[in-house]
Design a binder for this molecule. Structure first.
Ligand code: ADP
Length: 587
């Protein structure tokens, strides 16, 4: 959160009237909706969420036990804002953008004390600023005036803030500066520093949303191949406990071809978040070999923190994502899990005694969710460039029941749905993305990308796979009744092909060095190899070869090793020619 304005508390103090968990009411506070206030003697950070006459209701982002009536409430007069500037990459924040490592140094523990403040970005560190414009140049809001090497991977662009007027550059500096020092001056009198503030509940301005036509390549076959997400698209991952939500999100953070990753750990069980905080800084970035954190910002709200902070976590994350989007980057934002945020809304709403909607969630649940996902997209930027935010939200429906309100409302908004399945996870079929329930509405608009970058017949081959899996699904019902052997031979063969689609193609081991990432070409070639088996096998069947003999061909089981094959091109070439040769030899 911004420090600059903390000291400018202008308005008169109010007085606490009541405290109910994270919800505090105060009287005599001169405040507007969404103003940030400091509550109680300890100065806990909170936000105004309701004003009725002289009574102001505040949601507090820190634990309120021990805070009582009569204590003061101080208004900053400012909305909840984030401080945006170099240093956010490679940072781990809590829900109100306090860097966890800084707080840890201050307090000697990762669990935060109350009322401790720390600036979101380091105010003392000096950054090397290289100007991109010259004196006399005209600049408008959003224009880049210079760059800073933020991390080994990311070049930070210093931009004219969107709420500036812009004008002609009268002074531009070069060299090492702190984020608070002015690096450029405009004839309008405006001064540009390397950081800017932005209120989190307000989307940063951008031009029109464009139709996304490029996939966010995830390196996961089932996702890229069957249910692709576009750069600038929205996706949800619902799944019961243990079905692989965290692994899936982390695979995305690690392997997707986004420039920037913003990872929000929103109120998941404390130890899980600790795992993420400990694991991420160790992970290498497969794109560059540099640490993954060099292009990642983690926002970690553990469940030890009060529920209200989950909301600020989400808004802080999306605002940071927008800031990097404005630099022209493709940002991927993961939120794990949006259900915890929805539960926080439910709790606050019930403390406010609002009229409950479905299952006690507030009536505005759908609106809040869609406001969040709405900030995703591929945008034309105000400086004329392009940038995107892809948003992936995990949903944790209690008992894995997708009919509950958070899953249902999310479904109505997102265009890619990766439904994790407890049965598949139990059978150790990973990623446990259920191919019957999942979908992607981006398929058609991304096909041209696949066709020009991977293979001209991509959509036909994929459709073939979808049809086989559908047919398997129908045949399974019969198999359960009468057994596989009762089926005609061609249907038995279809089941065999479908088995390879599932085991050799859809399954992918995140824990295997090679299989953990699958480039689009490999995804295509693996699928094509299974189709080669299919085509050759059906030819053999038609020529009168019994299905058992076809199944016994020695090249087929090798299909299952394609995923883990390092020299996959050669490996697949060989399987294809062996399949052809061996199956043709049968007739
Ligand atoms: P959740 O977050 O839904 O509770 P996790 O992501 O922690 O579930 O996954 C549970 C376990 O399932 C993991 O510890 C791992 O062993 C296994 N798993 C999940 N996804 C994969 C995958 N893609 N490849 C291999 N194992 C996986």
């Amino acid at each position: 959160m911004s420090q600059a304005t903390d000291t400018e508390a202008v308005d008169e103090d109010g007085v606490i009237e009541s405290v109910s968990g994270p919800v505090v009411t105060a009287t005599d506070l001169d405040a507007r909706m969404n103003d940030v206030v400091y509550v109680g003697d300890e100065g806990l950070m909170g936000e105004v969420i309701e004003i009725e006459g002289n009574l102001t209701t505040i949601q507090v982002y820190e634990e309120t036990s021990g805070v009582g009536p009569g204590e003061p409430v101080e208004n900053t007069g400012e909305p909840l804002s984030v401080d945006l500037g170099p240093g956010m990459m490679d940072s781990i924040y809590d829900g109100v953008q306090r860097p966890l490592d800084v707080l840890e140094d201050k307090m000697g523990t990762a669990f935060l004390d109350r009322g401790v403040d720390a600036p979101g970005i380091d105010l003392e560190k000096e950054w090397e600023f290289t100007p991109e414009v010259e004196e006399g140049d005209a600049v408008e809001p959003g224009d880049v005036v210079g760059t800073v090497p933020e991390t080994v991977t990311i070049e930070h662009k210093v931009m004219v803030p969107p709420d500036y007027e812009g004008g002609e550059i009268t002074t531009i500096k070069s060299g090492e500066f702190t984020v608070e020092e002015t690096v450029a001056e405009l004839d309008s009198g405006e001064e540009i520093q390397m950081h800017q503030e932005w209120p989190v509940r307000q989307a940063r301005p951008a031009g029109d949303k464009e139709t996304p036509t490029e996939p966010l390549v995830t390196g996961q076959r089932v996702q890229d191949g069957l249910f692709p997400l576009a750069k600038g698209g929205t996706a949800a991952i619902p799944g019961p406990f243990g079905s692989g939500k965290t692994v899936t999100q982390q695979q995305l953070a690690k392997w997707s071809d986004a420039d920037i990753v913003v990872y929000i750990g929103c109120g998941e069980r404390g130890n899980e978040m600790t795992e993420v905080i400990e694991d991420f800084p160790e992970l290498p970035d497969p794109q560059t070999g540099n640490p993954l954190m060099a292009r990642t910002c983690l926002i970690a709200n553990t469940s030890n923190m009060p529920v209200a902070a989950r909301e600020s976590c989400i808004y802080t994350g999306i605002t940071i994502a927008e800031y990097y989007r404005d630099m022209g980057y493709d940002v991927a934002l993961m939120a794990d899990s949006t259900s915890r945020w929805a539960e926080a809304m439910r709790e606050i709403s019930s403390r406010l005694e609002e009229m409950p909607g479905e299952e006690g969630y507030p009536a505005y649940l759908a609106a809040s969710l869609s406001e969040f996902y709405e900030r995703a997209g591929k945008f034309e930027l105000i400086n004329g460039g392009e940038g995107s935010i892809s948003v992936v939200g995990a949903v944790s429906p209690p008992g894995g029941d997708f009919s509950e309100p958070v899953t249902q409302n999310t479904l109505r908004i997102v265009k890619t749905f990766w439904a994790l399945d407890a049965d598949l996870a139990e059978r150790r079929h990973f990623p446990s993305i259920n191919w019957n329930e999942s979908y992607s509405l981006y398929k058609d608009q991304l096909d041209p990308w696949w066709e020009s970058n991977v293979a001209g017949d991509w959509s036909d081959v994929r459709q073939w796979a979808v049809d086989v899996l559908d047919e398997e699904d129908e045949l399974q019902e019969i198999v359960q009744l009468v057994g596989k052997d009762a089926l005609p031979e061609d249907q038995q063969l279809t089941l065999e092909v479908a088995r390879y689609l599932r085991e050799a193609w859809l399954q992918q081991n995140a824990l295997h060095d090679v299989d953990t990432y699958c480039e689009p070409e490999k995804t295509y070639r693996m699928l094509q190899a299974i189709k080669t088996f299919n085509d050759e096998a059906f030819e053999a069947l038609e020529a009168g070869v019994p299905v058992e003999e076809i199944q016994d061909v020695d090249a087929t089981p090798r299909l299952n090793r394609m995923g883990t094959a390092e020299e996959w091109n050669e490996f697949i070439d060989e399987i294809e020619s062996d399949l052809e040769e061996q199956l043709r030899a049968l007739y």
